[in-house]
Structure formats: C-alpha cells, structure tokens
Design a protein around this ligand. Structure first.
Ligand code: PMP
Length: 463
C-alpha cells in the first residue's frame, strides 16, 4: 500500500466528511487545515485564513491558547482516562460540576458531563422520558422544537432538529417530535404586524400545537436562545417570556440549548442572562473547552434531579452513562477554560468588542448583495439576496444542495480567496469570530468580507 499515493489523491480520499456534497467531494480536495494561531488558521498550502466562524462556533480562545494545551498535557500525565459511571468518577469531573453549578441560571443545578452537544441534548430528551415514567406519566413524551433548528446528529437529536432537508434525507422526524415556527423578526411578520402581534401569533401557535397534541402528552420544549443553526435569528421581544408562560401552564419542561450561545458569545457566560430565560435544563458544549477537547454538559435543576433518585428507588440503577462521560482530560481543559474566562475577564473583553462588530455588520446593509443584517453579542448575520442586482442566480442552488442557497455558495467560495471563513447557512452568512478577536482583526475581517461580497456580486452579474 503506497501511503504517499493515498495522501496525494484528489478529493477526500477515504475520509467521509459530513455536511458536504459527497458527489462533489469525490473530485475536489477539501479544505485541509494544518495550523492555527489566534483567530487565524492555515491550510495545507500555507494560505492564512481569518476564521470568523470559530471553526463550528467553538474556538472561543482561538487556536493557540497554551494554557488549555498545558491543562490537557498535565491531565494526560496524571490520569489520561477513567470513566464516570457505576458510582466511580474522577476528581476533575467532580470539580467541574461544582464550578459550573453556581454559574448556570438553574436552581441547585446537577451536571452530567459528556463529549458532544448531541449527547447532551439526547440525554435531556431521555431524561424527560425517565422523569415522566417515574411520575407515572409515561405517555408524556412529545417534544416540541422549531422548524429550521439544529440540535445534534444522533438519531433523536436529529429528529428534534427542524431542517426539512434533514427530515427528508433521513426519514425523520420520528413519532413524538413536533414543530412550531422559528421566530424571524421582522422578516417573518405579516405586513403591518407589530412585534408584539407577531410574538402573540407565535405563542398562539405553540399553544395550539400543545392543545392539538394533548397537553398531557407533551414533555418538553427545546430552543436555542438565538437560532444560529438556521441563520442567526435573535428572538423578538417577549418571545421567551410568552413561551415560558405557556409551558408552565401545561407542566412542560424547557431545555435551553446553549451549545453555541453559551460560554461568552453574548458577552455573558450564558445567553439566558441577557435574554432573561428561565430554563429547567440546559445543554452546553463547544465553548466549554474552546473546542480543544470534546466536552459537553446537560444541566438539570435539583427539583428535576430528585426524579432520578426517585426512579432509582423504584427500579434500582439509573441505567444511563457513556464510556467517555466525565473524561478527565476534557474536564481538566473545561476547568482551565473557566479559570481563563475569569482571569482574562473574557466577558468584559467580549462586551468591549461588541460595538465595533455591530457597527461593521450594520455598515454592510448598504451592500447590493445584502438584504438584511442582524447582530447580537459578538455575532452577526447577513441575509444574502440578488434582488438588488436584478434577481440574478436567486433561489436555491441547482440540485437542491442542502442548506446552502446559490448566493451563499458563491460567497463561501469567493471568501476563501480573500482568506476568510464565515458560516454560510442557506442564504445567510453568520459571523461569529473567536471571542479573543482584537479590534484591528475585526476591521480586517470586514475588509475581507466586503471585498468577497464585491467579487460575488460581480460574478453573479457576469452570469
Ligand atoms: N445544539 C446546537 C444548537 C448545535 O449547534 C449543535 C452542533 N452544531 C449541537 C447541539 C450538537 O453538538 P455536537 O455537534 O457537538 O454534537
């Protein structure tokens, strides 16, 4: 077997790369990242790229924080692995749970530690069922999420996601998964509808969905505070308060999925703070270690945790864990991350950067390819359109390429020529750089983005 030959093969070789067009991947070399420093990454050709998507919304501290690396190295030297399960665990997992407890907006929080956001969400779904079985309400197992949302890649967390293309591709959703509209203010409002009226309509839809399903069969509601997955849509005023009121009335639990929004993106540790959310459960991942090691967490309130104990009284062992839950290296890196957030005053740093990022996002509203702009925390988004240049190439990409509209696809390619990555989701471009980005780097990000938009517009107009 000639390894050299394999390595120089075109395309992705034997590696299966998800969220990709695999037909195209057969012939095209993927972007292969080999190095990272600060907010920049470099590919195998040495091209330097400003990563304004923090990889997959993970790299809060960028790509070269030696303190996180050292924490991993220390833990690998001391105890590289032990599982958390069967009434055994590791010291750093215990410590991580204690450190998180006072930081989350959940009373008497209990923390389960996993590796991926999907597992964290999946456990929350499984937990809701377990609790309702223990309460003698096994029929209460339906879960409501929102169209266009994404909550993970396991079969249950994918079923919870609201991407119609994903539903079609994987024969989802499964029974017991229900969907309501994704808030999209102001674009989603009827002509003349006020923000309050729009929110009222969404809340009425939620209420009707619960009524139609039978309130006694609905276990939970799951939402990102700000929907990154479907293109970055901050909630309209009053939305989550309205949701909470309906859920409370029907005894339905609320899972706040902060896999992306948590860990500083809003200038607060959790987006629940600035948005005034009152969740019963939270899922966390990505930023917990800046992505350096896969760590996630499901947080549940003390009141909910009691049901786990009562369930154990009824049937003995609580039969859920994963082999790598509470992984010591992950826990050590996550502890170091929390220490750095405090030591570096990371949240204050983020708050200081927010005005200039917002200014730059709003300045792009004048660009011919931009139909709308949104900004919240250290993130923003552009809705891309060709309407202002005559509607050329508008609509979905040929062949119904999943989750990527035609303009977004062109911009995604052209941006790389300018040494920039922002996340393209359909015809939305989402900007969420590492939280450590400096002012001059924000300027550079938007210089590159505007140049890329100009090139994409020129290409579209050429036809
Ligand atoms: N929830 C949200 C909101 C996410 O964006 C993601 C991942 N993009 C997940 C859950 C799943 O996390 P993971 O990919 O780590 O399994």
């Amino acid at each position: 077997m000639d390894v050299e030959n394999t390595l120089t093969n075109a395309g992705s070789g034997s590696l299966l790369i998800g969220f990709s067009n695999l037909r195209r991947a057969r012939g095209e070399r993927p972007l292969v990242i080999t190095k990272g420093r600060g907010v920049f990454i470099a590919d195998e050709d040495g091209r330097e790229i400003l990563d304004a998507s923090s990889s997959f919304y993970c790299a809060a501290l960028g790509y070269s924080d030696t303190r996180l690396v050292e924490a991993a190295r220390r833990q690998l030297g001391q105890l590289p692995f032990y599982t958390t399960g069967m009434h055994r665990t590791v010291d750093v997992a215990l410590e991580l749970a204690e450190k998180l407890k006072p930081l989350v907006p959940i009373a008497d929080a209990h923390v389960a530690i996993y590796c991926t956001g999907s597992e964290a969400v999946d456990f929350a779904l499984k937990f809701m069922r377990y609790r309702n079985v223990a309460r003698g309400e096994p029929q209460r197992r339906k879960v409501i999420s929102r169209w266009g949302s994404y909550h993970g890649g396991t079969i249950a967390s994918a079923a919870l996601g609201g991407g119609r293309d994903v539903h079609d591709a994987f024969a989802l959703p499964m029974d017991d998964f229900l969907f309501v509209s994704q808030p999209n203010w102001p674009a989603g409002a009827e002509p003349g509808e006020s923000e309050a009226q729009y929110v009222g309509r969404l809340i009425a839809e939620l209420e009707q969905t619960i009524e139609a399903a039978g309130p006694e069969t609905v276990a939970g509601f799951v939402a990102e505070p700000i929907s990154f997955s479907c293109g970055f849509f901050p909630p309209p005023a009053g939305y989550f308060a309205g949701v909470r009121e309906v859920l409370d009335r029907h005894g339905i639990l609320y899972l706040d999925d902060e896999v992306i929004c948590g860990y500083g993106r809003t200038g607060h540790l959790f987006a629940a703070e600035p948005l005034g959310l009152k969740p019963d459960m939270m899922s966390l991942a990505k930023g917990m270690t800046s992505g350096y090691f896969p760590v996630s967490a499901t947080i549940i309130s003390g009141e909910l945790y009691d049901w786990l104990e009562r369930g154990s009284e009824q049937r003995g062992t609580f039969a859920h864990a994963t082999t790598a839950s509470g992984h010591p290296v992950g826990a050590a890196v996550a502890l170091e991350m929390l220490r750095i957030v405090k030591e570096d005053r990371l949240l204050e740093q983020v708050q200081a950067r927010i005005p200039s990022l917002h200014r730059h996002v709003h300045a792009l509203a004048d660009h011919p390819l931009v139909g709308a702009v949104r900004a919240f925390g250290l993130a923003g988004a552009l809705t891309l359109t060709t309407a202002r240049i005559g509607g050329i190439g508008a609509g979905s990409a040929a062949g119904g390429v999943a989750m990527m509209g035609a303009v977004g696809r062109i911009l995604g390619r052209v941006m790389l020529d300018h040494g920039l990555i922002v996340r393209i989701t359909g015809d939305n471009a989402v900007i969420a750089p590492p939280l450590i980005i400096q002012e001059s780097e924000i300027d550079e990000l938007f210089r590159r983005l505007r140049a890329a938009l100009d090139d994409a517009a020129a290409e579209l107009m050429r036809g």
